[in-house]
Design a protein around this ligand. Sequence first.
Ligand code: SAM
Ligand code: SF4
Length: 335
Amino acid sequence: MTAPLIDPFARAITYLRVSVTDRCDFRCVYCMSENMTFLPKKELLTLEELDRMCSTFIGLGVQKLRITGGEPLVRRDIMTFFRGMTRHLDSGALKELTLTTNGSQLEKHAQALFDAGVRRVNVSLDTLDEAKFAEVTRWGRLPQVLRGIDAAQAAGLRVKINAVALKDFNEDELFSMTQWCAARGIDLTWIEVMPMGDIGNENRLGQYWSLKDVRKAYEGGYQVTDLAERTGGPARYVRLEDTGQQIGFITPLSHNFCESCNRVRLTCTGELYMCLGQEDMADLRAPLRDHPDTEAPLQDAIRAAISLKPKGHDFDYSRQSVDGQMTRHMSHTGG
Ligand code: SAM
Ligand code: SF4
């Protein structure tokens, strides 16, 4: 029996997020600059390497895999990878296979995702206004995403919407987005904007809408009850008593919950980031490529990396400046 992955702070690492591409068909203003330079394709792990990498993590006790990016569904043949992971769901080693997507390609892939064993998807959607959607994603079109959400629900996938809380942008849509989700049986989670990567001329502090204020705004329209429920992740939940709806808050800035962090992140080039908000990483591509026939060097590299997982991140917007700024983009590490 292989020993599970335990970090220096006694946290069991059971959750791996995998960025399968840094490319995307959108250019969200808080995530990318309009003119992004993407990695040369040869830098990326091949689909076979991604399979081997994920399978090794699963062999070491990872039970939950979230596929992300960039936009995971724009990677060519990505369904081959999803279908490959089905064997780990079937064996029981993997408890959940899921993805975070902008929804643009969901109409095409929803059924295949369900058939591969995916049961839940997170769709990122910051506004229900077509013009504002085009503005915030630069290249995205709302109707295409809404068709994707419909297709996902029709295929039997449970949808959660992740919305980045953006000052002066979607503040006025708090209630309308909440009602829209309630009418469709969709969960909703708000995220604070994080200082990840150069985003051109956009102003981070100007974008930041604290979720403390979002919660207060909810109290203006609903009876709000805090819930004890935790999913091992950074989200905390409230229930809106009027609708019975559960709303999540991911608050890396106004409140951080690193002490219960159970996750690590693999980039599309095979770097393992032990924390989204720190620069420390381990190269897993070399042990993977240098030893095609034996797992031991890769397993050793993973264990060595986990033994360096830091206690938490240093993001901070206090003192009216942005501290803990990361040079890499969210699309590189995988949001
Ligand atoms: N393209 C997919 C999507 O948009 O869902 C997956 C990758 S995207 C990087 C994952 C999540 O990160 C999205 O929900 C997005 O809104 C969020 N995100 C990107 N940049 C962010 C930032 N600077 N702060 C907070 N969330 C961010
Ligand atoms: Fe693409 Fe997702 Fe980043 Fe938007 S948030 S640019 S959809 S990777």
